[in-house]
Design a protein around this ligand. Structure first.
Ligand SMILES: Cc1cc2nc3c(=O)[nH]c(=O)nc-3n(C[C@H](O)[C@H](O)[C@H](O)COP(=O)(O)OP(=O)(O)OC[C@H]3O[C@@H](n4cnc5c(N)ncnc54)[C@H](O)[C@@H]3O)c2cc1C
Length: 382
């Protein structure tokens, strides 16, 4: 097993990290305050090759492995978590869905523009009445000649308004064991869906999210991903990628917490000394460092196993669970290091504290992660 970054991957990470630190991080607080998608940021990271990272060269990408995409996503999240949330949804979920399940002609028509960052992707699985319980899904797709007619409402969805391609999972019939038969679609802009109001979220505000009303939406038959009825397996596979994405974002935010806490601990004076010399403060910085470093190791291993085609849902769930719990602890400690200033918008700690909380929820909650781990390790009857 070798999931260490090689020389080329490290160079890519360093170059991309410089772009993030110089061109993205300085605007993170303003992006949060604006609560809008930062198109300029997306253009900058597109130029730096972010969206192309894991797309094969034949479709205009760089053909890199998941560990590289993880490393770059981390760097972006350390700079601006909201921008990273929006961009990584496109790169980890939309790109992967089309690459793994799209027809050759769909790949040729969509992937080059997604890899170039000219198109943005989204992923709509959850619904207002079906988040953890995917089988409660109500959205439907019915075949009608050469197209599929979609109906129902998809719940909060990152990039809903800005997306050019939304990966939608919908019910296409009754399956076995009271499970609905699901199918996956690449729904392109202009197919007739409508997007609701932008949600007022606690954090990650530079990544707008909204509901999607699918009534009146018709998708060409060629935009079906995989076989009709294969949507459950596709959704589970994509959730693996989405959970690795969450882990990468969480590790990046923990890194941002470490950098912010370290800088403040070195600069802030109390009792005639920088507060970092007080062991209580220094130990917090050490804990915040570990909050990024240990989940990164686990997640890199999970990326590597997923890349090999292994069934490793429990390992991925473990990495997502650990990274998301650790980033919440890291953000809590970071805010504490800042003292009163940490409770205000004058310091990054307050924003990171709000951003961190999503990772315990998105793409499967902490509770569902534990269930995935138990089912994989203890058997289906658990
Ligand atoms: C801002 C935002 C953006 C989002 N973007 C997207 C997106 O782009 N695409 C997408 O598909 N989804 C998206 N989601 C939805 C997200 O994935 C779900 O919110 C998440 O999966 C949890 O589902 P839920 O909100 O329905 O919670 P529920 O399923 O109602 O869960 C509520 C609580 O009950 C617990 N619970 C539920 N069932 C069990 C059980 N069997 N055992 C133990 N505990 C249980 C949960 O862990 C949780 O604590 C987004 C959500 C938000 C808030």
């Amino acid at each position: 097993m070798d999931f260490a970054l090689n020389k080329d991957q490290k160079e890519l990470q360093t170059a991309f990290g410089k772009v993030c630190a110089a061109d993205i991080a300085p605007g993170a607080a303003a992006a949060d305050a604006a609560a809008s998608l930062q198109i300029d940021n997306l253009k900058k990271i597109a130029r730096a090759g972010y969206f192309a990272t894991a797309v094969p060269e034949e479709f205009g990408g760089k053909g890199e492995e998941l560990v590289t995409l993880f490393a770059l996503t981390e760097s972006l999240a350390a700079a601006c978590p909201g921008t990273a949330m929006a961009a990584s949804t496109s790169a980890w979920l939309c790109n992967t869905a089309i690459l793994k399940y799209g027809s050759e002609s769909l790949k040729k028509s969509l992937l080059p523009a997604l890899a170039a960052g000219e198109k943005l992707g989204a992923f709509a699985l959850a619904e207002p009445g079906a988040g953890s319980d995917i089988n409660a899904m109500a959205a439907t797709a019915v075949k009608d000649g050469d197209s599929w007619k979609l109906d129902g409402v998809k719940g909060l969805c990152w990039n809903a308004a800005a997306a050019d391609v939304i990966i939608v999972i919908a019910k296409t019939g009754d399956g076995a064991d009271a499970q609905p038969a699901l199918s996956a679609f690449a729904v392109e802009k202009g197919c007739g869906y409508t997007v609701g109001e932008q949600a007022k979220t606690l954090g990650l505000r530079a990544a707008p999210a909204a509901n999607i009303d699918l009534s009146g939406c018709a998708v060409p038959a060629a935009n079906l991903l995989g076989a009709e009825g294969a949507g459950w397996d596709i959704a589970m596979d994509l959730l693996d990628y989405g959970r690795l994405q969450m882990a990468a974002l969480a590790v990046g935010v923990s890194t941002a917490c470490f950098m912010a806490a370290k800088e403040h601990a070195e600069a802030r004076m109390a009792f005639g000394k920088p507060i970092g010399v007080f062991q209580e403060v220094a130990f917090k910085a050490a804990d915040i460092y570990i909050a990024a470093d240990v989940p990164r190791l686990l997640a890199n291993q999970a990326c590597w196993r997923k890349q090999q085609g292994e069934n490793c849902a429990h390992l991925i769930a473990s990495a997502k669970l650990l990274a998301s719990q650790k980033v919440v602890e890291a953000a809590h400690k970071c805010l504490q290091v800042f003292g009163g200033k940490g409770y205000t918008a004058d310091a990054p700690a307050e924003r990171l504290y709000r951003d961190a909380r999503f990772f315990e929820i998105g793409n499967g909650t902490t509770e569902i992660m534990r269930q995935v781990i138990c089912k994989d390790l203890l058997g289906a009857d658990f």
